[in-house]
Design a binder for this molecule. Sequence first.
Ligand code: PTJ
Length: 253
Amino acid sequence: MSELDVPESHPRYQSLLTRHRIAEGVDRGITSRQGLIAEGRGEAFDYLLGERTIPSADDAARAAAALLRLADRPVISVNGNVAALVPGETVDLAAAVDADVEVNLFDRTDERMRAIVAHFRDHGADEAGVAVRGVDADARIPGLDHERAKVDADGIGSADVVVVPLEDGDRAAALAAMGTSEVVIDLNPLSRSAQVATVPIVDNVIRAVPTVADHARDLSGASRAELKRLVREFDAEAALAAAEDAIRSGRLE
Ligand code: PTJ
């Protein structure tokens, strides 16, 4: 048995675990109620993908790891869903690529900001040497008129690569307009965020975050030329098309 009262061999184990984490996130004031709806939408796409990492998503995860390894100031942006679903895995990825974590919320309140920062500390951020930002909010992303525009000047405000898991798309477009490279993790290949990403990973955040971390560790000895080649050869449009095809065809090979 695990944190969930269901054996890992249960055919719906991963989906039940995800629901359990999101519901607990809402109870703890970490995840917004809208986060439940977002999760439901994601689950529908994941069901059609066969609840697995398709080959094009694994290639994208490797390109994302290379991009993060090349970055001078990488930041992983987190919201209430990511905090509930993959807190320890996010800290692990941040440690693997020397990135900061920054809390950035659509539905921003001081209480939620504090609860999410504390949640990442509870999941080992300090021990791993990972900074958890977002409370300062001393810079703004130009062209956005909602709470997601609020960023830390030393964090997303000056990052060269931002990982953007699971959100609606206008901030992703605004970051792209600032010249920031983005890794987007989203189960919907047609979402605006996925469409503007340098590297879109169409996969469940529960699988994608550990997969990128594994690739990053695997690439720890790679030369900059090799990392640049991986990024250059990655084709975002082809990856999105492959994911859309897998979802529409329903072929679960
Ligand atoms: O915590 P906050 O206040 O910042 O709010 C966060 C939510 C998620 C509520 C907010 O960003 C939102 O409403 O997002 P959307 O517009 O529902 O978009 C969420 C996107 O993530 C959709 O394209 C979903 O298909 C996708 N998604 C949902 N669950 C997952 C996912 N992608 C990957 N992994 C998931 N587990």
